[in-house]
Structure formats: C-alpha cells, structure tokens
Ligand binder design. Structure first.
Ligand SMILES: [Zn+2]
Length: 218
C-alpha cells in the first residue's frame, strides 16, 4: 500500500514542479492538443515513451500494445491512427519496437498462450515473410532482435496501407511513417530508415485506396 500511495505523492511533486516554472502549465494543456507525433510502441514497462524522445506532455499522441502491432482488424489501433492523422494531423507516425521484446519472443514459442495466440500470430506471420533471412542467423538472440526490427518494418507497412495515411499524404504531403527500435541495454533509439515514399509506391500497386493514382510513378 505504501508503494501505491507513493504514486499520489509523486503526482503532487510533479504538479508542483510543473507549475513552479510555468504557473498556467495545466490551464494551457487543458485547452487543446496539437502533437506532431503519433507513437505506436510496445506496452513494455521499460520503455518510457516521452522520456526517451525528450518530449513533453502534449507533444506525442501515444498508442501502446504488446509488441507494437498494427493489425488491420484491430479497431483500437485503427481508430488511433485515424484520429491522429485526420483530426490531429500529425506529421510523423512512429512504430517503436525494442530489443529483448518479450512479446516477440513469446510469439515464437511452441505453446498455446490462449487469448494471446491470435494477437501474437501477427509476429509469426512476420517471421514467415522473412523466414530465409531469419533462419540464416545462427545466434538465437540475434535472430530475435532481427525479428524485432522486421516486425517494426511490417507494422510500418500496415500503417501505410491505411486509407487515412494514403489520402492525407496525397493531399498534404504528410504524415511520414518511421520505424525505430529502442535498445533496453543502453537507452539508444535506432532509426531503421524506412523508405516511406518507396514503400508507399510499392504497396499502392495492390493497396491503393486513394484512387487518385498520384503516387503511381510507372
Ligand atoms: Zn515488447
């Protein structure tokens, strides 16, 4: 119970520290939000979203789930993307995975994990898509970490397949989609350098939802 009450003590201190430097901090925050970033990350407690980016309250719209997945039938993540793109008009969408991801590791275990099965199955699908590359990595730890990167890449592609992103980008030139991996061992963020334009062009051969043909280069 002491730990639980400590949270409220921490909260009071935090409020005091915020208002000490900016007395109307919370009044201004309550007015509206216009974050430039949508962050989709893993629920893992060791990845403190705002802290690792050095961003304050109001600067990043956040969605987190186990293993930072973007399944096209998940109403939750799809609603978050739609709201962030269409209403908040975020400029960047980030999928941030992390090395040593328990979700990614669990997904590849030959076990029945109940309700986690359909969720984690998305990761097995990523493995199947990149099986040759992954099977060629002899060290198990390295193989999982590469799967973490490939999972981020595939979730970025899933975001680019959405109508919201395709239509907004065609109309306004944003948002762009980025894939990152956070390293728990040193706190560093790695940008996977997803070629947004290239991926968009490639996937629109099959997944074009704009009908405008504006992205068709050949
Ligand atoms: Zn994770």
């Amino acid at each position: 119970m002491t730990d639980y009450n400590q949270v409220f003590e921490n909260n009071r201190k935090w409020v005091a520290s915020k208002t000490a430097t900016e007395s109307d901090f919370f009044e201004k925050m309550a007015d509206s939000q216009s974050p430039k970033y949508l962050y989709i990350g893993c629920s893992d407690s060791r990845v403190p979203t705002n802290e690792i980016m050095g961003l304050e309250a109001g600067e990043v719209f956040v969605h987190r789930n186990i293993a930072n997945l973007v399944p096209n039938t998940d109403l939750n993540v799809m609603a978050v993307i739609n709201y962030a793109v269409v209403h908040l008009e975020v400029k960047h969408i980030v999928v941030c995975g992390h090395y040593n991801c328990g979700g990614v590791k669990a997904a590849m275990q030959p076990k029945d994990l109940g309700i986690l099965n359909p969720w984690l199955r998305n990761i097995r699908d990523v493995y199947r898509l990149h099986m040759d590359e992954l099977n060629a990595i002899p060290d198990e730890h390295d193989r999982y970490n590469r799967l973490v990167e490939l999972n981020v890449q595939e979730q970025c592609i899933n975001i680019i397949k959405t109508a919201a992103v395709q239509k907004m980008y065609t109309a306004k030139g944003y948002p762009t989609v980025h894939g990152w991996v956070y390293d728990l061992k040193n706190g560093m963020l790695k940008d996977l350098q997803i070629d947004f334009e290239g991926v968009l062009h490639e996937i629109q051969k099959i997944y074009d939802l704009t009908g405008s043909g504006l992205m068709q280069k050949d």
